[in-house]
Design a protein around this ligand. Structure first.
Ligand SMILES: [Zn+2]
Length: 475
């Protein structure tokens, strides 16, 4: 009996400890905080402003202007931000709450409702869209717990379960049986609280049309990772957003059969071989811009498949369960050994698809950013938003302020929340990322992110990372 009691007490103590850890993540919770001498990249795409003062009062930005002429209110906690850059909290649009825990035969994804939300926050993400759920009730409950202040993490736009047609490569997914099933599925999950939907790569045009009609009737947006349906067809059906931008556009595959996803890398090959100055590329971009279809860039996941792209950092890999770390590292090594011709084809695919993202923006398109922690692993919450920003600058050739706009104000606009979040401006919520250094001058500075503020509360990112060592894959 005594032994049982001791065991129970130890159990309770360990639970209490886990709870205490969440409060240890808080570095600043004073209601009145002033950053002085800060560099500001405000999220609108405007160039950096130097020597600025930003005041937070009860979770809102109440002052923002030159340090020389902006009064610091009496009683404020002052943070000397010399040498630091403040960015708006990121609004990231492809942030699954699951991770691949088995590759083949038969891929499988496991929900990460405990580790991912704080890790996304520690990587600068103050609002996320889940963009396809494997365990929708877990996502909905996490969202509600964060909203009610019971747990720490970003605001969450919960996307319903994947709307897959035809066939699925994983046991995680329901496969739609036709347009009636599509309507029923959307109606059910919208009623349960999903606030967005995502169509998947084998859906038929008829099913996609039913999805869009049912979702729009409830004023809910639809995105898609498509293949069986082309971007042009989806735009004509009224889709709101397309995941992975041009990396997965099946529009350029010759002899594409309606409602069928072309086999064996045909889509990637067609992009790699695409003449960027051809009328077909231009006319697709024009159609997407004219129909106000947003695109979501998800460069981190594609980079893991491109020979020559660097491996994840030691600090990011330390977050993985050892078996998942081994799965990632052995696959990464195999990819580096890809035969030359095949490696070049993949590099061409990456190069063309990134050029098209830039052209889409230059033509007036709304580009959003996301991580997509899938593939064979190695896209790691806490590090993935930094990687997306780095690649938007290095691969897509955006300026740093443009890249920040893509992961903040653009997404806030798409989410209909740009009056409240998405840029650093007086009146907006104090969602602020603090960088050591000047990433507009040296993009690698983006990795140094000691603090992230959400709603005026400052979180110590190192403390979050420390408590999540080895947790990805477990919970
Ligand atoms: Zn995804």
């Amino acid at each position: 009996m005594k032994r049982v009691l001791v065991l129970l007490a130890a159990l309770v103590a360990s639970i209490a400890l886990a709870h205490a850890a969440e409060t240890d993540w808080v570095a600043y919770k004073q209601p009145l905080i002033a950053f002085t001498h800060a560099t500001i990249v405000d999220g609108t795409g405007a160039p950096p402003k130097y020597e600025q003062t930003l005041v937070i009062d009860k979770g809102r930005i109440t002052e923002l202007g030159p340090t020389a002429s902006t009064q610091v209110p009496a009683g404020a906690t002052v943070i000397d931000a010399r040498g630091k850059t403040l960015l708006p909290g990121f609004v990231m649009m492809h942030e699954h709450l699951f991770y691949p825990t088995r590759l083949e035969p038969g891929a499988f994804y496991t929900a990460m409702p405990y580790s991912f939300p704080p890790l996304y926050l520690a990587g600068g993400e103050t609002t996320i869209r889940t963009t396809g759920s494997m365990m929708p009730y877990a996502d909905l409950n996490v969202r509600d717990d964060i909203k009610e202040g019971k747990r720490i993490g970003p605001d969450i736009d919960v996307t319903g379960p994947y709307l897959q047609g035809g066939t699925s490569y994983t046991e995680d997914m329901h496969v739609l049986t036709g347009p009636g099933d599509a309507t029923r599925t959307v109606d059910y999950w919208a009623a349960e609280g999903a606030t967005s939907f995502k169509a998947y790569d084998h859906i038929t045009r008829a099913e996609l049309e039913a999805v869009i009609d049912a979702a729009h009737a409830r004023h809910v947006k639809v995105t898609g990772h498509l293949c069986s349906v082309t971007f042009r067809e989806a735009a004509d059906l009224g889709i709101d957003d397309l995941e992975h931008a041009f990396f997965v556009a099946s529009d350029f595959v010759k002899d594409k059969q309606p409602d069928q996803c072309p086999k064996d890398g045909a889509v990637a090959k067609s992009i790699a071989a695409l003449d960027l100055d051809s009328a077909s590329a231009d006319s697709l971009i024009k159609l997407l811009v004219d129909k106000h279809v947003a695109l979501t860039s998800t460069l981190p996941v594609f980079a893991t498949f491109i020979p020559g792209q660097h491996e994840q950092s030691e600090s990011a890999l330390a977050l993985l369960d050892p078996r998942l770390r081994e799965m990632y590292e052995s696959t990464w090594k195999k990819i580096q050994a890809t035969p030359k011709a095949k490696a070049k084809a993949r590099q061409d695919w990456f190069a063309k698809a990134t050029r098209l993202e830039k052209r889409f923006v230059d033509a007036g398109g709304l580009l959003l950013g996301g991580s997509d922690p899938t593939g064979y692993g190695g896209v790691i919450p806490g590090y993935s938003a930094k990687r997306e920003i780095e690649l938007l600058v290095q691969a897509d050739d955006f300026t740093f302020p443009q890249a920040i706009r893509i992961v903040s104000l653009n997404a806030a606009k798409f989410e209909g929340r740009d009056k409240d979040i998405g840029s650093l401006a007086v009146g907006k919520r104090a969602d602020i990322v603090v960088i050591d250094g000047d990433p507009a001058k040296d993009i690698t500075a983006i990795k140094h992110m000691p603090l992230v503020f959400k709603n005026g509360i400052g979180y110590d990112t190192a403390a979050i990372f420390k408590s999540m060592q080895g947790q990805i894959g477990m919970n």
